[in-house]
Design a protein around this ligand. Structure first.
Ligand code: ZN
Length: 260
């Protein structure tokens, strides 16, 4: 973790619609899911982070160039409004991730344009809302995202997400969920994209108080630290012509410039 740039500049992004339109959701998250997560991160990370929030119905979805340029980790919660997220902003977020910005996708962000673009797959899954029990089993106990977490996290009432989860093979799998109704699910997955890191974390349906759970908050804070932008190597991701070799090349060769 020493190579992470401190403080980590976090932007918590939320669709923020059901908290305004649905009384049950509003009762759980009166200030919005983003405010609950932001507060938890301030508590967990202290001076190691600065936390701002942004929501979908703000101008430019709250994600201006100024905000994105000042973000080391973008956390994303979305649900029914995902198709209304502007493509040009999705494109910008994608570029920022490839350039080194960390991305944490929560729960129903599996359908978001940006998650699917980063994965190159549909993000499809099975779901059921029946307030069933879930156990998230830690299958990578040495992983920084599991730091401070026991063998499993138990949630008494959740929405079920089941396999098949249409994602590319995760670079690292940290949690697998078991559900009371019988399904299993890859609940904590990491990938690298360009210079950036992506963490998907499953829990978080808005009609259950999931983001008030201290263990869930701990995993999100760990995830932020894990995906945060780091100094990295100076390599550019863009193609370039290494026309000057590092050591002499014996062959005589004339480049046909017309084909490049
Ligand atoms: Zn849900």
């Amino acid at each position: 973790m020493a190579s992470r740039l401190l403080p980590i500049r976090i932007t918590v992004w939320n669709e923020f619609r059901h908290e305004r339109s649905n009384q049950a959701v509003k009762a759980i998250y009166p200030e919005g899911i983003h405010s609950t997560i932001a507060g938890a991160l301030r508590d967990q990370l202290g001076d190691d982070a600065t936390v701002r929030t942004a929501t979908q119905d703000e101008p430019d979805h709250g994600l201006t160039d100024e905000v994105l340029n000042d973000t080391d980790v973008l956390i994303w919660w979305s649900h029914g409004g995902y198709l209304e997220v502007r493509d040009d902003i999705v494109e910008k977020i994608h570029e920022h991730v490839l350039g080194g910005m960390g991305f944490v996708a929560l729960h129903s962000a599996h359908t978001s344009k940006i998650f699917r673009k980063l994965m190159g797959t549909s993000g499809g899954l099975q779901w059921r809302e029946a307030a069933e029990k879930e156990r998230l089993w830690c299958v990578s106990p040495g992983h920084p995202i599991a730091d401070g977490i026991g063998k499993y996290i138990e949630l008494e009432h959740t929405e079920m997400y089941g396999e098949l989860f249409d994602i590319p093979e995760p670079d690292e799998l940290v949690f697998i969920s078991w559900f009371e109704g019988g399904e299993v699910f890859r609940s904590g997955c990491c990938w690298r994209r360009g210079k950036g890191h992506v963490f998907y974390f499953r829990p978080g349906h808005e009609t259950f108080p999931i983001f008030h759970n201290p263990e869930i908050q701990k995993v999100i804070a760990n995830g932020v630290k894990y995906v945060a932008r780091c100094e990295g190597s100076p390599y550019s991701l863009l193609s370039s012509n290494a026309s000057e070799p590092l050591s002499p090349i014996g062959a005589k060769h004339t480049v046909d410039q017309s084909i490049h």
